[in-house]
Design a protein around this ligand. Structure first.
Ligand code: 4AZ
Length: 855
């Protein structure tokens, strides 16, 4: 057969032969195909025609069958998908108005619990069956708990709902119902129920409703604090893929205070992370959620939450298999606040949200009526203000808010003032039934309306600022009112297009100080040219052209691709001797050197705590926020200098801390003690603090005691420290690493909190900016060397001071890792205007550190 057919196209003769051949076989009625191919040639056209008709019929039948089955399939699929049932679980609670709560209802194994629970289930069945949108889909309910009031029952209900009805069912269930029972439900007679509410259950919590393997019930004891932890805490991580819950109760009419003392669960990510929820209810429903927590919190972070009733529910849902210890929490009961707010009188005073700085309770309203002496006006200064709704940004403050003079305030705000035009003011605070926050701390003050800021400038916000701060280029009033309507002094000020005045030396410094960029527009580089870090102008096309046209590498530093360049002092050199076009490539998570050396020795510069608290009451640091910060003490003199941990045995500090003085040899290593992991100077024996002596102190050979040039020293510990959540090394920048002018950097220490003042007990932090070297040279003439860099604000205000010397200047790179940009060295006084702090430039001394320490 194959060969016959192969011949078909070659000629009629052969076709004929073949046909004849076939006619002999034509009794074979087996197939169309054969008939089509091999009929006699003289009749071939006719036969072919008949054959193609058959083909068409066949094709039509096939297409028809195909289309029919496609249609039927689509209809069946559509029907099935619409009717495919989804399991829906709702959590809710209802009130039984004519039952009294008895202790046995707390125990879900008691017969009393079982009897009341079955009545509730019957009532729910009756209720749902009477609602057309719910009845046909209702499957079953379970009661999880009871609490006082008269009796509140917490339950879940399961529905099996066709896909297309899901929304309608959700709408129907979210209504509040009151159940009136019919005479036929005899067992339910005299069982009055109201406020039946239920909410869709978060898919992640659904399992908690039936699984009791990680479920705990705790009742606070009078005058006692009850402790609970995640399973295995602190020795082993909490279980993976767990559903845990803690039912917390207090006595009737009391409320609960819950505090997480330690909190470390897997970091929060968008989906599938581990999460702890706290509810102001025994039902895990979103409208009663007080807080959602994940990640790690330092111990200083306030994680205290108050309930509005005598119950609370804590749930832990773990979706990851990451290993974290979990949490340790305590709770206790306390009387319900009978009155919130009140009448405040006198010339001044303070007030705050209930339980501040703990989170205020949900569902509370407070009113403060404030009255100052009759001849004065009153103003309120909110020093701290946190009324943040975690999910939505609400513009019109419909959730929690403070209301004064008909104006509502919510969200997170820096210090602000609200004033009254009389001696009276009323402050109202409202919190709704879900998510709470820290609240506010405020002071009320009386002032003379004719002169609200005696001897000072009054901001439009009502704040008083020093007159010298007016028109100085810095917005001291949060609304800029101190910088508006100024006449700039052209001898030392630049007039921005928007009429703001800025110091002349801010012009062309690469920073948009005016806000409209006018201070950067008439710089020496013409349009379409690039201004190098050293001020040189090159054409735009020379940027990222793989050549150092600037001479300082700045035109090739921020380019997308990385290539090798001839080595200069501005380029990073890989271990194999190859130099890169990219600036600051070390430990940035991208392997730029072909030998990977730029990403070696990168176990540094990271904190253990993912969350950092807000700065409360000034500039206190959190525990563990600066784990490389070290405090250096001398026997009998206490803390003298700071230092930075760069490995388990080496510290970097300032050489001037170790200069001998008459009668005392500060260069003697045995004189000193180093405290690592220290937060509070009064708690040097606190858990986590490690104390060490020194094997040796190596000050830079070129250190100049007069100019403070080369103000650096390395100190070897007598015994290595153990790294922990509060003790970790900082990264050292490569000698080519740049910290450009304008970059924000952190300075930390226990030094004086004001010039001529006293040292701090709690480690302080301040955010400052790198200042252009030329500008700084003009401010501190003939005093700067290339080993020095100025960091601070020309306005003053934030600065290092006595006792901070030797401590770190920590610079965050790529939003993550901290590098030791500098060492606190010297300054003219502290926080003075135009006298920024001076720091030892660590990058320039990187090779010296390596030579002395091997780090
Ligand atoms: C000091 O005496 C000191 N304002 C350190 C830094 C500064 C001033 C003094 C910078 O340790």
């Amino acid at each position: 057969m194959k060969s016959n057919r192969a011949q078909k196209g070659k000629g009629g003769k052969k076709e004929l032969d073949a046909g004849l051949k076939y006619s002999h076989q034509s009794q074979n009625v087996n197939g169309f195909e054969e008939g089509v191919e091999f009929l006699p040639a003289n009749n071939s056209r006719k036969v072919e025609k008949r054959g193609s008709k058959r083909w068409i019929v066949l094709l039509a039948v096939v297409i028809f069958i195909f289309l029919l089955s496609l249609m039927v399939g689509t209809l069946v699929w559509h029907f099935n998908s619409q009717n495919a049932r989804v399991q829906k679980i709702f959590n809710g609670f209802l009130r039984i108005t004519n039952e009294n709560f008895i202790d046995a209802y707390e125990n879900s194994n008691s017969t009393e619990f079982a009897s009341l629970a079955s009545k509730v289930k019957e009532a729910l069945k009756f209720l749902y069956n009477g609602i057309p949108a719910l009845g046909p889909f209702y499957k079953e309910s379970g009661v999880t708990a009871f609490s006082e009031g008269s009796v509140i029952a917490y339950y879940w209900s399961e529905f099996s709902v066709p896909q297309y009805m899901v929304e309608e069912v959700e709408r129907a269930i979210s209504k509040e119902y009151v159940l009136s029972l019919p005479p036929r439900s005899r067992s339910l007679q005299s069982f009055n129920i109201d406020s039946v509410v239920a909410f869709p259950t978060d898919a992640r919590t659904a399992q908690t409703t039936r699984d009791n393997s990680c479920s705990f019930s705790l009742h606070a004891r009078y005058g006692e604090v009850t402790r609970f932890t995640t399973p295995g805490f602190p020795d082993s991580p909490y279980p993976a893929r767990a559903r845990c819950q803690w039912v917390l109760r207090g006595d009737a009419d009391l409320v609960l205070s819950l505090t997480f003392q330690t909190f470390d669960v897997a970091a929060c990510d968008d989906y599938g992370s581990d999460v702890v929820m706290v509810y102001d209810s025994l039902s895990p429903v979103e409208p009663r959620a007080v807080v959602q927590l994940c990640g790690t919190y330092p111990p200083s972070y306030n994680l205290t939450f108050l309930s509005s009733q005598n119950v609370m529910l804590v749930t832990l849902i773990t979706n990851t298999v990451r290993r974290h210890p979990g949490f340790k929490a305590v709770f206790f009961q306390l009387p319900k606040m009978t009155e919130c707010g009140g009448r405040l009188t006198g010339a001044q005073g303070t007030f705050s949200t209930p339980y501040y700085p703990g989170h205020y309770p949900p569902n509370i309203d407070c009113t403060w009526d404030i009255e100052v002496p009759r001849d004065k006006n009153v103003k309120i200064r909110f020093k701290l203000f946190y009324l943040v709704e975690p999910h939505k940004i609400l513009r019109n403050c419909t959730k929690d808010y403070v209301e004064i003079n008909g104006e509502k305030f919510c969200g997170e705000k820096p210090q602000f003032v609200v004033s009254s035009k009389s001696n009276k003011i009323t402050v109202r605070f409202h919190s709704d039934e879900s998510y709470t926050d820290t609240g506010f701390f405020a002071e009320y003050l009386s002032y003379d309306s004719r002169d609200p800021c005696p001897g000072m400038f009054t901001c439009k916000t009502g704040r008083c600022i020093n007159n010298t701060l007016r028109c100085d280029g810095w917005a001291d009033c949060t609304d800029y009112s101190d910088e508006l309507g100024c006449v700039c002094n052209s001898t030392y000020q630049f007039t921005c297009k928007n009429k703001l005045c800025k110091p002349l030396y801010w012009v062309c410094d690469g920073l948009n100080d005016c806000g409209d960029n006018s201070d950067e527009q008439q710089c020496s580089c013409p349009a379409h040219t690039f201004r190098c870090g050293n001020g040189k102008c090159i054409s735009e096309s020379q940027k990222c052209n793989k050549q150092d046209n600037c001479g300082d590498g700045s035109d090739e530093a921020g380019c997308e691709s990385v290539w090798t360049v001839p080595c200069t002092t501005h380029t990073y050199k890989c271990l194999d001797g190859v130099c890169l076009s990219k600036g600051n490539p070390e430990c940035d998570g991208k392997s730029d050197c072909s030998d990977g050396s730029d990403e070696k020795n990168c176990d540094c510069g990271l904190r253990s705590f993912s969350k950092q608290s807000r700065i409360v009451g000034g500039q206190n640091s959190d525990v563990g926020e600066w784990p490389w910060q070290v405090s250096l003490h001398v026997e009998g003199q206490g803390h003298l200098c700071g230092a930075s941990l760069i490995s388990s045995t080496w510290l970097v500090s300032a050489a001037h801390c170790f200069v001998d003085e008459p009668g005392i040899r500060y260069s003697d290593p045995t004189l000193w003690k180093a405290y690592m992991g220290l937060h509070d100077q009064s708690q040097r024996s606190a858990k986590g603090v490690q104390e060490r002596g020194f094997k040796q102190i190596i000050s830079h050979e070129a250190f100049n005691d007069f100019t403070f040039d080369y103000d650096i020293a390395v100190l070897e510990l007598d015994k290595p420290v153990e790294f922990s959540s509060v003790i970790r090394p900082i990264c050292l920048p490569d000698s080519s690493h740049t910290f450009p002018a304008g970059k924000t950097i952190w300075v930390t220490g226990w030094g004086h909190t004001k010039e001529g003042g006293t040292g701090a007990l709690i480690l302080q932090k301040g955010e400052i900016r790198v200042i252009n070297q030329t500008i700084c040279e003009s401010l501190l003439p003939n005093q700067l060397t290339p080993r020095m860099m100025c960091v601070g604000f020309l306005n003053g205000g934030v600065d290092a001071c006595q006792g901070d010397s030797g401590g770190p200047l920590s610079s965050v790179e790529d939003d993550e890792r901290m590098f030791l940009a500098g060492v606190v060295s010297w300054g003219e006084g502290c926080a003075r205007r135009n006298k920024p702090g001076v720091y030892t430039r660590v990058s320039l001394l990187r090779d010296w550190i390596r030579k002395k320490t091997g780090v």
